[in-house]
Design a protein around this ligand. Structure first.
Ligand SMILES: *Cc1c(COP(=O)(O)O)cnc(C)c1O
Length: 367
């Protein structure tokens, strides 16, 4: 057979393209969009101001080092700025890590209901994804360790995980690190770290600082309310930061993103407001939805996983259609192996009350 068109590298056609949370309804009504774990508070007003101020020099290339942003992050968390690498969302950091450390013949492990960007990044580099089962919708350290082979190069975990909302304590993360060979890179995705209110949780900064083989990724898309600007960062061992800086686009962060991110991370009052809002409405939603006879997986993040019965008329897809008819968009998570669930982002007070009222109608009308 003659090839008549370019062929991508092996693995690429095995990728199912990431499907983002829906944002529109056919009716054209502005929906309650609770499908992508965005914050109902919006960004810090100081970030918006900094963004606008950065529009004066759009003909100039940005600072390729994103120095202002890396320094602001370093100051906020007491880190070494030289070991911070910024990216167009943490997705870019995850993608760069896979690009740098994975190739054909390599294996990379992620968990059963883990964030799907890991799978995409693994396959895109011709490596083999290995899925470790979870226990009660939680990362299971033993299951990961059991799947390590001499081909394993990278382990990705989101802690807390999306879409389950569950987490493992830092002791468990340390046990995972201790059980992995030194040449295996452990990637700790802390996209929701700021929301977690648990004494036994840490995002992993200390582990990154004290090992040569652990990276933590973070994002400005969730609690900082800057999803649209695409800002993420990784805290890395010096050698890993060096590797990422060799392969990243030389100007991968725009000037407005650098400026807005730096202002956002300095505005701790805004962050505290967002944490307080979440800490109030997360338990309220878990309780109110629980009263309707629906199971909610206990979450430490800014979203909840709601379980629906499988029977016709009451299943997750029926709930989704019903909610959409009420102008509410949650997230179907069938692609995560959770076809009986919907994921709901904690919204504004009004949005949260609307969801509970709609779910009451959905469950009541059919019981
Ligand atoms: C939302 C999310 C991210 C953030 O992605 P960005 O590219 O920074 O917007 C990363 N990891 C997980 C698990 C997420 O849910």
């Amino acid at each position: 057979m003659t090839l008549t068109a370019p062929t991508p590298k092996p693995g690429i056609l095995d990728i199912e393209a990431y499907v983002p949370g829906e944002s529109k309804l056919p009716s054209g009504v502005k929906p309650a969009k609770l499908s992508s774990n965005e914050t109902p508070l919006g960004p810090s007003p100081k970030a918006i101001e900094a963004y606008k101020a950065a529009t004066g020099d759009l003909e100039r290339y940005p600072d390729g080092q994103a120095a202002v942003l890396r320094e602001a992050i370093a100051k906020r968390y007491g880190l070494d700025a030289a070991r911070i690498v910024c990216g167009a969302g943490s997705d870019e950091i995850l993608t760069m890590l896979a690009h740098a450390y994975l190739g054909p013949g390599d294996e990379a492990i992620y968990t059963e209901h883990g964030f799907l960007v890991y799978r995409i990044a693994i396959l895109a580099n011709g490596a083999t994804p290995v899925v470790a089962p979870e226990r009660d919708l939680k990362t299971d350290v033993d299951a990961i360790l059991e799947r390590v082979t001499d081909k394993t190069r990278v382990v990705f975990i989101a802690n807390p995980n999306n879409p389950t909302g569950t987490y493992i304590p830092i002791d468990e993360v340390r046990r995972l690190r201790a059980g992995l060979r030194g040449d295996i890179l452990l990637v700790l995705d802390g996209a929701y770290a700021e929301y977690v209110q648990r004494n036994d949780y840490e995002a992993g900064l200390e582990l990154v600082a004290t090992t040569e083989n652990t990276v933590m990724t973070r994002t400005f898309s969730k609690i900082h309310g800057l999803a649209s600007l695409r800002i993420g960062w990784g805290y890395c061992p010096a050698a890993v930061a060096d590797v990422l800086n060799r392969i990243r686009g030389p100007f991968n962060m725009s000037s407005p993103a650098i400026a807005a991110g730096a202002a956002a991370i300095a505005d701790t009052a805004h962050l505290e407001k967002a944490v307080a809002h979440n800490s109030k409405w997360l338990p309220w939603l878990e309780a109110e939805i629980g009263k309707l006879g629906l199971t909610v997986t206990p979450s430490v993040a800014n979203f909840i996983l709601i379980h629906f019965p499988r029977e016709a008329g009451r299943a997750a897809k029926d709930a989704d259609a019903f909610l959409k008819s009420k102008g509410i968009i949650l997230r179907m998570v069938g692609s995560y192996g959770l076809g009986q669930c919907l994921r709901m982002t904690i919204g504004s007070e009004d949005e949260n009350r609307r969801v509970v009222a709609a779910l009451a109608e959905f469950t009541g009308a059919r019981s």
